[in-house]
Design a binder for this molecule. Structure first.
Ligand code: NAP
Ligand code: MN
Length: 263
């Protein structure tokens, strides 16, 4: 790795301060290259990492990412702010592992049109009226869903919106996608699965609006108004996002710190 870039949360003074320290330290042994970096350091929280990934999504196959978090525990950031010097040393002396995170690819209205990549999740939502969606798994009809929408998350995104929907937390080493309902309607007349569904990386999920074809497509922190939506297909993308990871990473500790311990 020879070229680096630093992205930071511009609303946060602490992030700016640490970005400055990292800039000086990395410039002493790597070249600053915002256009074609080998390594992008994201300073902030998960929100900053999501923006960073979307900013370099066109070069995702040749770019590595690492996060320094300046807020609460960041799921995408292995280093705390007081470990910034360690982050510099680990990169300098190649003291890290590479963690690959599967992304989702979403195609709007067939393969030749709009495509997006997501690190956390894809959401199709409509909260003014009931959204009716036919759900197909590998081309086979599973259900006609009625409710506010559906969320398809990656394992890395399973601790984000998916978790708030009652979905499972999935280890990032299991290449997969998870379908979860957003406020589904369930009674004698309307039936859908209710449970979240974790599927393997060869699966394609197709969502087809029934009746009205307006909804909002969410891709991580991005959102798009869909006026003439005919179909949405979601599958595990061919390329992954590559993160530098502490060799001592533990999912158990991360979950405990984020969701269980009070400290
Ligand atoms: P945001 O303010 O950027 O994020 C909302 C919260 O989700 C923040 O606390 C963020 O952490 C955290 N987060 C993001 N990715 C995560 C992950 N993979 N695992 C655990 N926590 C994660 O909100 P936004 O701009 O609307 O959307 C960004 C993401 O937030 C979305 O992709 C969605 O997954 C999530 N979100 C969750 C809910 C919910 O749980 N009800 C609602 C809206 C959005 P930081 O504080 O470190 O940035
Ligand atoms: Mn955080």
């Amino acid at each position: 790795m020879h070229k680096f870039m630093i992205c930071f949360n511009e609303q946060n003074n602490k992030s700016r301060e640490y970005a400055g320290l990292l800039m000086e330290a990395f410039a002493s042994f790597m070249q600053y290259d915002p256009a074609h970096p080998d390594l992008v350091i994201s300073v902030g929280g998960d929100r900053t990492m999501l923006d960073t990934i979307q900013a370099y999504v066109g070069q995702i196959e040749t770019t590595y990412f690492v996060g320094l978090h300046t807020g609460n525990l960041g799921f995408y950031s292995d280093y705390k702010e007081d470990e910034w010097e360690r982050l510099v040393e680990d990169v300098k002396y190649h003291h890290y592992e590479i963690a690959r995170r599967n992304l989702l690819e979403v195609c709007v209205n067939g393969t030749s049109s709009q495509k997006y990549l997501a690190l956390n999740e894809i959401r199709l939502e409509q909260n003014r009226h009931t959204l009716v969606l036919d759900v197909l798994i590998n081309g086979e009809h599973l259900e006609r869903f009625r409710g506010n929408g559906l969320c398809v998350s990656t394992p890395a995104g399973s601790t984000a919106y998916n978790r708030a929907l009652g979905g499972s937390i999935v280890s990032c080493s299991i290449r997969s996608l998870q379908l979860a309902e957003i406020a589904g309607i369930h009674h004698n007349a309307y039936r859908s699965l209710e449970n979240s569904l974790v599927l393997d990386d060869q699966t394609t999920i197709t969502l087809i609006p029934v009746g009205q074809n307006q909804a909002v497509l969410g891709v991580d922190r991005l959102s798009f108004e869909m006026q003439h939506l005919h179909s949405l297909t979601v599958r595990v993308a061919d390329c992954d996002a590559m993160f530098l990871r502490h060799p001592h990473f533990s999912l158990t500790q991360r979950l405990k710190k984020a969701f269980i311990s009070e400290k």
